[in-house]
Design a protein. Structure first.
Length: 58
């Protein structure tokens, strides 16, 4: 393999790694956004349940 062919192979590999990293970043952002939308509701339900328990105890 001469230098030009080797550069093409490495360039393609770098491009593939870049695409994978970009996809992973987008998936991570979407996952984070979903958690930011879902978790507050979960914690609110937990808080209400605990407050109801505390009120029943008194």
């Amino acid at each position: 393999m001469d230098g030009l062919q080797e550069n093409k192979v490495l360039g393609g590999l770098e491009m593939s790694v870049g695409i994978v990293m970009m996809a992973a970043g987008i998936i991570g952002m979407l996952g984070s956004m979903a958690l930011l939308c879902i978790l507050p509701h979960v914690f609110e339900k937990q808080r209400k349940k605990l407050l109801d328990e505390i009120e029943r105890d008194f």
